[in-house]
Ligand binder design. Sequence first.
Ligand SMILES: CC(C)(COP(=O)(O)OP(=O)(O)OC[C@H]1O[C@@H](n2cnc3c(N)ncnc32)[C@H](O)[C@@H]1OP(=O)(O)O)[C@@H](O)C(=O)NCCC(=O)NCCS
Length: 480
Amino acid sequence: MLLRQFGRRRPWAQILNPSKALSTQVELNTDLRAELADLIPGQQERLKQTKAKCGGVSLGEVTVDMAIGGMRGIKGMLWDTSLLDPEEGIRFRGLSIPECQKLLPAAVEGGEPLPEGILWLLVTGKVPTKEQVLAVSKELKSRAQVPGHVFDAINALPKSAHPMTQFTAGIMALQVESEFQKAYEKGIHKSKFWEPVYEDSMNLIARLPELAAYIYRRVYKGGQVISADNELDYGANFAHMLGFKDAKMHELMRLYVTIHSDHEGGNVSAHTVRLVGSALSDPYLSFAAGMNGLAGPLHGLANQEVLRWIKFVVEEVGSDVSTDHLKDYVLKTLKSGKVVPGFGHAVLRKTDPRYTCQREFALKHLPDDPLFKLVSKLYEVVPPILLDLGKVKNPWPNVDAHSGVLLHHYGLTEDNYYTVLFGVSRSIGVLSQLIWDRALGLPIERPKSMTLDWIENYCKSKVSKFVNACQYWPFLYAVS
Ligand SMILES: CC(C)(COP(=O)(O)OP(=O)(O)OC[C@H]1O[C@@H](n2cnc3c(N)ncnc32)[C@H](O)[C@@H]1OP(=O)(O)O)[C@@H](O)C(=O)NCCC(=O)NCCS
């Protein structure tokens, strides 16, 4: 009780500035749910005040280009767990990737952050201590067992089904255990929605590695499943269940999960989870929907596409390809009406810091890997070519340009599995936000759509009003 009261009185400045919170934290709560419960009343009040004081403030205009251009740039969503700056890249609860690498607890001294730490950070807005991270790790382990019927559901699909199809089917099979659905049927009060949503989200995050590893072992390793190792943390255990023992692969997995966890709210997978959840569909239904979006080649499937593209180049001319040859391949790809996978972004306008930190990992651990060298060469070759097209808004590499090469180096060579890794990681961010969506009582989403007729007529009337106004300008000048 004392801890709860302490938490409730803590100023929000600390929560929004986790590094400050770290230095001033005195008493510690190692129970994530209790910590969250402490934070909710303050955030609810903050939202209420914002609505009351700023409800009428405009966040910017919406042009026809925006409405027909995938809603680019429209500020229409509250998403607290992370924010994407076009120039700087992602910040998780205010922390950049290098800051997370510095501040979040690691398994090895100076090593990569533990995914349990990013989960604590995203849910609470505070940098966790090692004890808090260990407590989350323990909690996830206690929730991790996947019920048998889920494997039966996956086994009903042909092994040739894309791993993302199997993954989504597995998530849907897990849905029968939804606490939220049961509570809703029993008539739970809306002020309590977040509680079963928290339970479902934590269960789902905990179970996804085993589900994902099962699919990997089923499809590529003759169905020889590897049991969880309860001594290992979330990232390392995931790598272990996939079949990887190398400590560096365990480090890579921790980094991978952390940096893929969240990328603000407007991207296809995150927005889908939010949208479906806003209908009070439970976290399983919402997350499965988001994963179907992640499976698209312009979104999460790009990591698979990148490695395929690179392998194709290597098959044709070897890994020691000259710059000129590489340019020819890029141009050939563009001429055949395809995008260069791993480059470009809807929001970012600089090199993705998720690319940069993976590059740093490669420089530290695998500087001589031939595919890494090829990826480095692409970094030089692709951007000027994309810039020359004159239409690409961001010619720089994104997260997917690098991830496949690192996984390939440690033996995870099955590229059509890569998006599943992305999916497991993404659960941490989108479900953290979904818990808050229900805690804050955010309403069902319902933006306004228009027909082309409506847009044309609206624009015509705007133009004619403008022309009419212009006729009076000389008069206005004369009298002023
Ligand atoms: C990510 C992506 C979908 C963003 O799309 P977007 O916001 O529409 O990007 P832009 O506004 O820069 O697109 C303008 C034009 O440039 C093209 N373009 C953008 N990135 C490109 C790329 N990597 N290769 C070739 N053309 C590209 C677009 O297809 C579009 O062409 P169009 O007008 O003929 O349709 C796009 O950059 C892309 O397809 N990248 C490759 C796939 C990828 O890596 N996805 C993972 C993203 S994390």
